[in-house]
Design a protein around this ligand. Structure first.
Ligand code: S3P
Length: 440
């Protein structure tokens, strides 16, 4: 019913803006709720994930008003939420779930989290362990949603040596530590996106970050009053990656995406694109709300294959689906490894990518933690193919992009899931020239 297809397009052109970064939007909402005073946000993401989070914070007593060009939060202070008898419906969002579990660690009442089918399949074990150490009582079957959490007025400080890279888990622990009387230390062996740390510093948290070889050591002391600040959120680099990649594989294309977040922890994919021979240029760099921002231009390119290891994968974890599609068009072999976290995303992405690429007749080998893909500039699909998205927005968008270079239709089984992160994706793509259409 929600099937959607894409097919060869002659060229993609335009100068566009995209929704605000989803990760930052979620963090500003949560941290704004714990700050004293009002936070005015410009450029918030209008995705389903963010809208669900707003509803949940409102259920917990936070006043949030959406105006035409800004969103205003009236913070209740750390530990100042009110209990709700209603379940928190987290939709599809692993980030909102983990960060909110961290937040509710600071509250001495029970809250129940539920989610959609994809989210209810995701394992929360890696987070439940440290949150229990910090004092939370957590009930769940198999470490999956539904989860009931009962926090504590004062969380225990912990030392957390993070083995598997995860910005969500790091952030949840940082948020949980905000009501802790002592010093919490996180050792990030493979550093990940750092928006939580940047925002915490901006609103006055006592946080210190030291680099040690490739590691980051983050120290935070809780029970410090946080002061609300106005925040502008630039475009989501993961969304830019998808649209930009469409331009790379479509002949005679040039797309400029304005005001994109180019924080170094989010630009690994753009650096990899350069290694793949992509014509990509970042201009007009500036700093907005303590984050780097720039305009990015993508032009049609002859791509070549590249191999990615664990650290690289951790820093472009959301771009692996679109990378895999580009690899299918690149000259020679490409691969990625060390990405076992990909199995616990909105879908098991190693499985969904392997199946999708195989359906499109791409030569691909599956490993436990990665894929090896043999590229071929002209993919040769002889009849329409149908891709299972498993309700995963990034799989859906990646295969719609793939269709733009295919003579036959690539049909995805569910276009609706794209709304979780990028509600106007289809509209923007059609505006710049994509041959997308609804299938009945
Ligand atoms: C996110 C972190 C990443 C990413 C997710 C958003 C975040 O997950 O995949 O889409 O906002 O912190 P990890 O926790 O695996 O780093």
């Amino acid at each position: 019913m929600n099937q959607f297809s894409s097919k060869q397009s002659s060229s993609l052109n335009g100068v566009i803006e995209i929704p605000g970064d989803k990760s930052i939007s979620q963090r500003v909402l949560i941290l704004g709720s714990t700050a004293i005073g009002s936070t005015r946000i410009k450029g918030i993401s209008y995705s389903d994930d963010v809208n669900n989070l707003i509803k949940n914070l409102k259920l917990l007593g936070v006043k949030i008003i959406k105006k035409k060009t800004s969103t205003i939060i009236s913070g209740v202070g750390i530990g100042g939420l009110s209990s709700t008898k209603k379940n928190l419906y987290m939709g599809n969002s692993g980030t909102a779930t983990r960060l909110m579990l961290g937040l509710l660690c600071n509250q001495n009442f029970e809250t129940k989290f539920i989610g959609d089918k994809s989210l209810s399949n995701r394992n929360m074990h890696e987070l439940i362990k440290p949150l229990r150490k910090m004092g939370a009582k957590i009930n769940s079957k198999n470490n999956k949603l539904p989860i009931i959490i009962k926090g504590f007025n004062e969380t225990m400080p912990i030392i957390y040596n993070q083995k598997n890279p995860s910005a969500q888990i790091k952030s949840a622990i940082l948020i949980a530590s905000l009501n802790s009387p002592g010093l919490t230390t996180i050792i990030e062996n493979t550093p990940t996106r750092n928006h939580t740390e940047i925002l915490l510093r901006k609103i006055g948290a006592k946080i210190q970050i030291k680099k040690f070889k490739k590691k980051k050591i983050i120290k935070i002391t809780g029970q410090k009053e946080l002061k609300a600040k106005n925040i502008s959120i630039a475009g989501d680099p993961s969304a830019a990656s998808i649209i930009g990649s469409a331009a790379l594989i479509t002949p005679e294309s040039e797309i400029k995406i304005m005001k994109v977040n180019i924080n170094k922890t989010r630009t690994t994919f753009f650096n990899i694109l350069k290694k793949m021979n992509a014509k990509i240029k970042i201009s007009n760099k500036k700093r907005i709300s303590n984050e780097q921002v720039g305009d990015i231009t993508f032009k049609s390119s002859n791509l070549k294959g590249v191999h990615l290891g664990k650290e690289t994968v951790a820093n472009m974890i959301d771009e692996i689906p679109i990378f895999s599609v580009l690899a299918a068009f690149a000259k020679g072999n490409s691969s990625f490894s060390g990405g076992s976290e990909l199995r616990n995303k909105e879908s098991d992405r190693i499985k969904s990518l392997y199946e999708g690429l195989t359906t499109c007749k791409i030569k691909v080998k599956k490993k436990n933690d990665g894929l090896q893909i043999t590229g071929n500039k002209k993919i040769n699909i002889t009849r329409d193919v149908k891709i299972k998205t498993y309700c995963d927005h990034r799989i859906a968008m990646a295969f719609l992009v793939m269709g733009l270079a295919s003579k036959k239709n690539i049909i995805i089984d569910n276009v609706n899931c794209i709304k979780t992160s990028f509600p106007n994706f289809v509209t923007i793509m059609k505006d710049i020239g994509a041959n997308f259409s609804k299938k009945n």
